[in-house]
Design a protein around this ligand. Structure first.
Ligand code: GLU
Length: 385
């Protein structure tokens, strides 16, 4: 039996719930602090067409920092990576206004309301906040309002910072259970080498499964207005496809690019094909967690139990690291330090530390209350594949 070859064109046309990520370079107009109105109007029109067909669209847009550069006196030729964090944060406070205002006006011309949503990593990593943000986005979409999301750059630093919207857009897609992420930037997608440096570089239209060689092809972040470059796009694609979400990269410079991609099968782009995922939302959240709150190092007996589909009991845990509450995501490692699973801890760090190495029957006597027998229940765990 031959399997139909998936194309970005087919995936886009089959999508019912799309996260559209727009890179800084695309939205900035001729002026340093103004959006490209013609481009944005065209995008809003294309989004409106999709909405008419019942397709849900969420926009994740960069541009806060880029559009705030002028006010902060940051020269155009300095790459985002070279701007000091506090300057970036201040720039985004100015530029976010210009950016959102641009979207608001373009959608307003079509009788559609746009809503500004600023997220930090906490909303995507903390399950309670995650559910909360998800409900907000669903409520907006139910009302026919287009959410325009960006990272809340003015308050996001260090630990709680994504830093690039490629990965943020995938986290948003996972959070709202969208089926497709379209990253619009200034490249047609993945090439065998950097096409700007190597004339022999060949474009790759479909990536069925991301392998190490693809990660190598992506190289490291490039200079210019963009933050992530191909490296963060590949990481985003890995996270998306593992969670059953397709990811497409396309060059978005032209006006009406969304319409063109929907209508023209020959338009170049790179599709990263969604892997089969039957994990529910909670497990997808867990699997793709970026900053676990702690680490459980387990013995070989527990490792065998986990691989056999069992829960993690306190008796099999040798060491606990980190500071976590009950319900936080924990990385589970072997004695050799290899990550084998992600799980949700049924106990906080204090209680967990007191019961490890003990039989579950002793938990009540040690803690003074009857808790769960398992430290991480089977249903709250995803094994590494
Ligand atoms: N949040 C940043 C901004 O609005 C952009 C990050 C990125 O370019 O991916 O400027």
């Amino acid at each position: 039996m031959t399997r139909a070859v998936l194309t970005a064109h087919a995936v886009l046309n089959a999508s019912r719930f799309l996260v559209l990520k727009i890179g800084s370079v695309l939205i900035r107009g001729k002026e340093m602090d103004a959006v490209n109105t013609a481009w944005m109007d065209a995008l809003a029109q294309d989004v409106a067409e999709l909405m008419k067909k019942g397709i849900k669209v969420v926009i994740v847009s960069s541009g806060g920092v880029a559009l705030g550069r002028k006010a902060l006196g940051i020269p155009a030729d300095i790459a985002p990576g070279a701007i000091r964090l506090e300057q970036k944060q201040a720039a985004s406070a100015v530029g976010q206004y210009h950016m959102f205002n641009g979207y608001y006006k373009s959608f307003e011309k079509l009788g559609i309301t746009a809503a500004q949503v600023l997220l930090t990593m906490s909303e995507t990593e903390n399950r309670r906040l995650n559910l909360n943000a998800r409900e907000t986005l669903y409520t907006l979409l139910d009302k026919g309002i287009v959410p325009v999301i960006n990272e809340n750059d003015t308050v996001s630093t260090g630990e709680i910072r994504f830093g690039d919207n490629d990965r943020l857009s995938v986290r948003v897609a996972q959070m709202i259970q969208a089926d497709t992420v379209l990253l619009l930037s200034t490249t047609h997608g993945l090439y065998t080498a950097n096409p700007d440096l190597d004339p022999a570089a060949v474009h790759i239209p479909v990536i069925e499964k991301i392998e190490d060689r693809h990660v190598e092809m992506a190289g490291s972040a490039i200079a210019g207005l963009s933050t992530g470059g191909m490296k963060s796009k590949i990481e985003a694609a890995q996270s998306a496809t593992r969670a059953g979400i397709s990811l497409i990269i396309a060059n978005g410079r032209e006006n009406h690019i969304l319409k063109t991609l929907m209508n023209d099968p020959a338009r170049p782009s790179s599709l990263f094909v969604a892997q089969k995922s039957d994990a529910g939302a909670k497990l997808v959240w867990l699997q793709t967690h970026m900053r676990p709150k702690g680490v459980f190092t387990i013995d070989n007996g527990a490792l065998k139990a986990l691989k056999g589909g069992k829960s993690l009991l306190p008796v099999g845990v040798r060491k606990i690291e980190g500071h976590f509450q009950r319900g936080d995501a924990i990385e589970i490692r072997t004695l050799e330090g290899k990550k084998v699973a992600m799980g949700i801890s049924a106990y906080d760090v204090g209680d967990a530390t007191r019961i490890i190495g003990k039989n579950s029957g002793e938990i009540a006597a040690i803690l003074g209350y009857t808790g769960r027998d398992e430290l991480v229940h089977r249903n709250d765990m995803v094994l590494e594949t």
